[in-house]
Design a protein around this ligand. Structure first.
Ligand SMILES: NC(=O)c1ccc[n+]([C@@H]2O[C@H](COP(=O)([O-])OP(=O)(O)OC[C@H]3O[C@@H](n4cnc5c(N)ncnc54)[C@H](OP(=O)(O)O)[C@@H]3O)[C@@H](O)[C@H]2O)c1
Length: 333
């Protein structure tokens, strides 16, 4: 791979920082590095490969001569600047929700649908972290037995809502343990020692934005526009790694050993499934790992072709930063 001029938009955030860690770990050939954020942290310094780089304020001029720009600064910044970056000649890998469902923007997880990368017009969208891990577990089962229905309930960590959400969660824990009153601003209610069945604002049909995104993005990623998918998003009192209880029905019967085999062969997926040893995926073990872990694989007892899975992954790595870097690697190879 040739060394490239890479820009990270949102370099001071959770995903931006993880992108930098992953670029270092994987030896991605960064020739020039441009780090961008809002005016709040412009002028601060960020370490990359033992060199300290000054963070600049995001502006449309920032993309002159940039080859690849990883956007991890929220949908508003992507709406405002991603097209300009693409027009300036940069390939935009957008981690935000801004373009994920746009019909002419590919939504990509390289292990699932690398072919869509050939059809981009300067912007490629990275799915929501929860969608990525769900779709990685579903794709091989869909290819083998055709999914007829998916029902997913998530158990998402605070970091899914950014660094201020983690700080708020952390503060709530400290306040509660010190008998102080608890405040909630990012989350609608106290998250510490609690479960919140809400991800983003509610839309007219009673679902919240993250539920709609999970359903729509899963259909787009699996190229299954008519697949019935239902989602309930729940934030749980964890800092990192999202988990999900997934129920599927397939058109053709899959035995549990078959499901295990298919998932064991699936790239990016690791099966942890031995109930005799009480072995199954755990959020605390997924932290910092690249794989999507699947376990508790079992047949539903109430319906012939129903199956249950438990799916866990680090939302900042495969759920965002790693996926973006893998796409950059794929296109550079
Ligand atoms: N967290 C996850 O699990 C996850 C997973 C998949 C996708 N994503 C997506 O990735 C993006 C970043 O998420 P995050 O969790 O890293 O959020 P975060 O921790 O809150 O970081 C946000 C970053 O964006 C910058 N930023 C915010 N508004 C900006 C603006 N108007 N102009 C320029 N920079 C701006 C912030 O810079 P300052 O330091 O200047 O405030 C910061 O660097 C979001 O779109 C999110 O939906 C997140």
């Amino acid at each position: 791979m040739e060394a490239c001029h890479l820009a990270v938009v949102g370099a001071t955030g959770l995903v931006g920082q993880e992108v930098l860690r992953i670029l270092e770990e994987r030896g991605f050939p960064v020739g020039t590095l441009t780090l961008l954020a809002s005016d709040r942290s412009a002028g601060s310094r960020v370490e990359f490969l033992s060199r300290s780089t000054v963070v600049r304020e995001l502006s449309k001029e920032a993309f002159d001569e940039v080859d690849t720009a990883i956007f991890a600064a929220g949908a508003e910044a992507s709406h405002d600047y991603a097209r300009q970056a693409a027009q300036a000649g940069a390939l935009v890998l957008d981690c935000s929700s801004a373009f994920r469902l746009h019909p002419h923007v590919p939504l990509c997880v390289p292990e699932i649908n690398p072919e869509v990368l050939q059809r981009h017009h300067g912007i490629i969208a990275i799915p929501h972290g929860m969608t990525t891990q769900l779709a990685l577990a579903l794709a091989p089962l869909h290819a083998e037995a055709t999914l007829a229905r998916v029902v997913v309930s998530t158990y998402q960590a605070a970091s899914g809502r950014g660094r201020h959400a983690v700080r708020e969660f952390d503060q709530q824990l400290r306040d509660l343990l010190n008998f102080r009153p608890v405040e909630a601003e990012i989350f609608p209610h106290q998250l510490a020692f609690n479960c919140l069945p809400q991800g983003g604002a509610f839309v007219d049909n009673g679902h919240c934005e993250e539920e709609m995104a999970l359903m729509d993005e899963t259909r787009k990623l699996l190229a299954a526009p008519d697949l019935p998918v239902s989602a309930t998003v729940v934030y749980v009192p964890l800092a990192h790694s999202h988990s999900a209880s997934v129920y599927i029905e397939t058109e053709r019967t899959l035995s549990v050993p078959q499901v295990r085999d298919l998932l064991e062969q699936a790239p990016g997926v690791e099966v942890e499934d031995d109930c005799r040893e009480q072995e199954y995926p755990l959020a605390i073990h997924a932290n910092g790992r690249d794989e999507v872990f699947v376990g508790r694989i079992r047949a539903d007892l109430s319906i012939p072709n129903g199956l249950h899975l438990w799916v866990v992954a680090d939302n900042l790595r495969k759920g965002a930063a790693l996926n973006a870097v893998q796409i950059a690697e794929h296109l550079a190879s």
